[in-house]
Design a protein around this ligand. Structure first.
Ligand code: FE2
Length: 389
């Protein structure tokens, strides 16, 4: 067995009502609380009032995260405001972008160098090697698993790239994963972010960088995530389904943070840096051709995913067909989710320039691509992108 390291938050509180532990946990760090939330969800929902009540005995600065995905340029402004406030603890309540913002600010507050200098692949290669400000993650969507990962994905307009800021010191101190916070999320959003979690479970499981615990965890969590994605459209208020999705997304985060990913996430990095396309949608679009490209080397692992789904009562007994071709079974399951959530089946609506295919393929060759079960040469990557235009 190869050496490995397993890293996750100091504590994970999972289940309905766990968000109410906030006032009990925060005094461990202090009373000056910096709260990050998204522009829409938090300000437009009844939760804003409930959080304000729970935090009424603390000194709070509330900041809304600008834009859909964290950008280096916007982060600098937030960092300035955070430095003036001198928080003792940070609370990030929102989707993956909000959590990544809280995580990045936590890690960057103790240092003075420019954000870009810490970004993988484009900066000076500086490391965040001092503890950040303690932070608590409260996810309101079930997708990226950012509540348990040690990287924040930041977009740099100047470099036309999406890159990770990564450090074990950026892990949330506590993650409060409460499915109640995800009820009421728009269905399309639940589908898109859920496809990200599903892709993460699949890629972390199949990755050539996969370590034993993440591999076991992703295989065990995969069927529940698949079932949740099928159930949520039937009853978006079903707390059981929302809990299964929250659990699946959280496990996908633990798995990816301690394993690797694969080519679908490689493409998400390359394409997402140049075009404004939701991360989960890129993952959903690319995972099928990536599975086909990997088919020869992932058959046995896909068979295990199928068998686990069968054991958990998620897969139909498709017998010989699925046993013979578990890769095609997996592709078929993902196919069915596209129609359930009415997602675009290609990139036609996003004006991707065919002339940029070589560049996108080149920019996709980061750390996620290096975990893909087999090497995908530039020409093969270009063909996969072309197949989706
Ligand atoms: Fe992802």
């Amino acid at each position: 067995m190869n050496n490995f390291v397993l890293q996750m938050p100091q504590g994970i509180f999972f289940g309905p009502g766990e968000w109410k532990k906030l006032p009990e946990l925060l005094p461990r760090f202090g009373r000056r609380v910096l709260v990050f939330s998204g522009q829409h969800w938090f300000s437009e929902s009844g939760w804003q009032h409930r959080f304000r009540e729970v935090l009424s005995s603390f000194e709070v600065l509330s900041l809304q995260c600008p834009g859909r995905e964290p950008e280096v340029e916007g982060l600098n402004g937030l960092l300035e405001q955070a430095r003036d406030f001198k928080p003792e603890v940070i609370v990030a309540v929102g989707g993956g972008s909000v959590l990544d913002t809280g995580k990045a600010v936590s890690g960057l507050l103790p240092v003075r160098d420019k954000v870009e200098d810490f970004l993988e692949g484009i900066g000076k290669g500086l490391k965040l090697d001092v503890p950040g400000v303690p932070w608590l993650a409260l996810p309101t969507t079930s997708g990226t698993g950012a509540e348990v990962t040690k990287n924040a994905v930041l977009k740099s307009k100047a470099h036309g790239a999406k890159k990770s800021l990564r450090s074990p010191f950026m892990l949330a101190t506590y993650a409060l994963v409460d499915p109640e916070l995800t009820v009421g999320a728009p269905l399309t959003l639940s589908g898109i972010v859920g496809m990200d979690a599903l892709t993460q479970l699949v890629e972390a499981n199949l990755s050539k960088k996969s370590a034993p615990i993440p591999r076991a965890l992703s295989r065990q969590a995969f069927p529940g995530m698949l079932r949740a994605l099928k159930m949520i459209p039937k009853d978006p208020d079903d707390l059981q389904a929302r809990a299964a999705a929250a659990y699946g997304a959280m496990c996908s985060g633990i798995a990816l943070a301690n394993s690797g990913l694969g080519a679908a996430h490689g493409f998400a990095s390359g394409l997402g840096g140049l075009y404004d396309i939701p991360h989960g949608l890129i993952c959903a679009l690319f995972i099928r051709p990536v599975l086909r490209a990997n088919a020869e080397v992932i058959r046995e692992d896909c068979r295990l995913l199928y068998q686990t789904a069968l054991e958990q009562g998620v897969a139909d007994k498709q017998g010989a067909a699925a046993q013979d071709d578990p890769v095609q079974w997996l592709i078929g399951e993902i196919d069915s989710l596209f129609s359930v959530y009415d997602l675009p089946v290609n990139l036609k609506g996003f004006a991707v320039d065919p002339g940029q295919i070589p560049e996108i393929a080149h920019r996709s060759s980061g750390s996620s691509m290096s975990g893909n079960p087999r090497e995908l040469p530039q020409e093969e990557r270009e063909a996969i992108i072309a197949g989706l235009l």
